[in-house]
Design a protein around this ligand. Structure first.
Ligand SMILES: Cc1ncc(COP(=O)(O)O)c(C=O)c1O
Length: 391
């Protein structure tokens, strides 16, 4: 399922945008946006065909299809020992939109500030700023995905509304520890803050399972919210499938209002929900094989990049991303990726404030959700370009 023959370059060059194959010159290999190079599970394709067969594409329920909400709730129970009431799950048009909607709910009354990790994906900042909120970044303890607690506590004031976490962290590729999550919940309770966990990467781990914010192991908190989706685990980024999970009926109603679903201006298409049901109810086996393949690719990239004269890998145990440091402080993230693009014809994502906040400068992000042959070719070219260029 995850061999080089399974990668359809012709289709990728037509359909894979966002810095990937369709946006690159023919000789460039993109290890950029976190979107796998493989086709999705056959069960998902069947579900989409079946949905389309009767020829009806009517308006769907504004709160989302009941079967999809139940599939999400059951999936969380099965994979994360987490109780999620299906009536408090709101399917939305992408996890990105989910973050924007949640921030609208959190900030729309009286504004305020929101604490986000540094580094983290740029969507965190965008979602806060989109509602006029102030972003406060909190450093992560080196080698972990946990906040520096002392700094976190010092950032909180009377205008703080929420703490956002990314578990596992994109770009660090690390899971937040259970103990830290419990500490964050207790802190949020004591200061009456929302805690919002982006768990879109939760299924992609190589050691132990990710601890969800709604896990039975953790305290129940009314103002805890999860945003997740099916772009990373089941390769469905183009269907824009996201969901928001809540623990309180009045919060659900407010988030629903903020979503704009009631107006029909927004909402998740029925065909995407049909695909989502198939992914969550029939494809556990596919995810398992995908994870094994990713584990092998992580090992391959780690071995190859250990020969790099410029990059130094840091530990990671989740996501299909590597986030090495550039050892020479004189080489910036953008200089490195520009040279690699020019000399190796490999596209990477730079660190830096506009991508992953300030602490990401001096690093580069490499996506390894591709076949062995492609990855080997790309990294061989990177290593050769390094030795030719950075002397
Ligand atoms: C942490 C995180 N949240 C959200 C998203 C966006 O997900 P979606 O494709 O569902 O909008 C991404 C995509 O890279 C991500 O890494």
């Amino acid at each position: 399922m995850f061999k080089n023959e399974d990668v359809n370059f012709e289709v990728l060059r037509q359909k894979a945008f966002n810095y990937r194959w369709a946006e690159q010159a023919h000789d460039v290999i993109p290890l950029t946006a976190a979107d796998p190079d493989f086709p999705v599970a056959p069960e998902i394709v069947n579900a989409i065909s079946t949905y389309a067969k009767d020829g009806y594409f009517s308006y769907g329920p504004p709160h989302g299809a009941l079967e999809f909400k139940k599939a999400i709730s059951d999936y969380y129970h099965r994979h994360y020992q987490a109780f999620v009431a299906s009536e408090l799950v709101l399917p939305v048009n992408s996890a990105a939109y989910g973050l924007f909607v949640v921030m609208k709910h959190v900030l729309s009354d009286k504004g305020g500030n929101v604490i986000i990790p540094d580094p983290v994906d740029f969507l965190f900042r965008k979602s806060v700023e989109n509602t006029g909120g102030e972003v406060r970044t909190c450093p992560i303890v080196e080698g972990t995905a946990d906040f520096d607690v002392e700094k976190l506590v010092n950032l909180i004031d009377e205008n703080t509304r929420a703490i956002m976490i990314c578990n596992p962290n994109n770009p660090l590729g690390l899971q937040i520890t259970v103990r830290h999550l419990e500490g964050l919940i207790q802190l949020a309770i004591s200061r009456d803050l929302y805690i919002i966990s982006d768990e879109i990467w939760a299924d992609i781990h190589f050691g132990h399972a990710t601890c969800s914010l709604f896990s039975d192991e953790l305290s129940f908190y009314r103002k805890a919210i999860i945003v997740s989706g099916l772009s990373k685990n089941y390769g469905l980024a183009g269907l824009r499938i996201g969901y928001i999970m809540m623990r309180d009926e009045s919060i659900y109603q407010s988030v629903f209002h903020c979503s704009g679903h009631a107006t029909t201006a927004f909402g998740l298409q029925g065909i995407a929900q049909a695909a989502g049901i198939a992914a969550l109810t029939e494809c556990d086996y596919w995810l398992q094989v995908f994870r094994q393949h990713l584990k092998d690719m992580k090992q391959l990239s780690t071995e190859m990049l250990s020969q790099s004269t410029i990059l130094s890998l840091t530990n990671s145990n989740a996501t299909y991303l590597l986030f090495p440091k550039i050892m020479d402080p004189a080489i910036s993230s953008s200089t490195y990726i520009e040279h690699i693009m020019k000399e190796a014809k490999v596209a990477l994502v730079p660190g830096g404030i506009s991508w992953f906040e300030k602490a990401s400068e001096g690093r580069v992000r490499i996506c390894f959700a591709t076949s062995r042959a492609i990855l080997q070719e790309a990294l061989t070219r990177v290593l050769a370009a390094e030795s030719n260029y950075f002397k």
